[in-house]
Design a protein around this ligand. Sequence first.
Ligand SMILES: [Zn+2]
Length: 87
Amino acid sequence: MNLLDPILNLFRSDTEDFYYVKIERNEKCYCNSGKKYKSCHYPQHHKSSKRAVRKINSLTGEETFKVLSIKRIRKDHELFKATVIQE
Ligand SMILES: [Zn+2]
């Protein structure tokens, strides 16, 4: 069930200056409910193959929260890997 998790931990887009950091299930949920992610939005995201991530601007350090589909994250990750190979 968590086969995708390693690729969600950290990656950078090749098209923008940001990277994603996965919100761990034991971390507080991004919605400020005060609950842990696993007992708040996680079950809903899990059902719809989505994950909450911190999107961090690598230049300014500015953080925003995003809910992205795993498919999208995977696609970005493939692009990132392709970029790294080319470098
Ligand atoms: Zn929540």
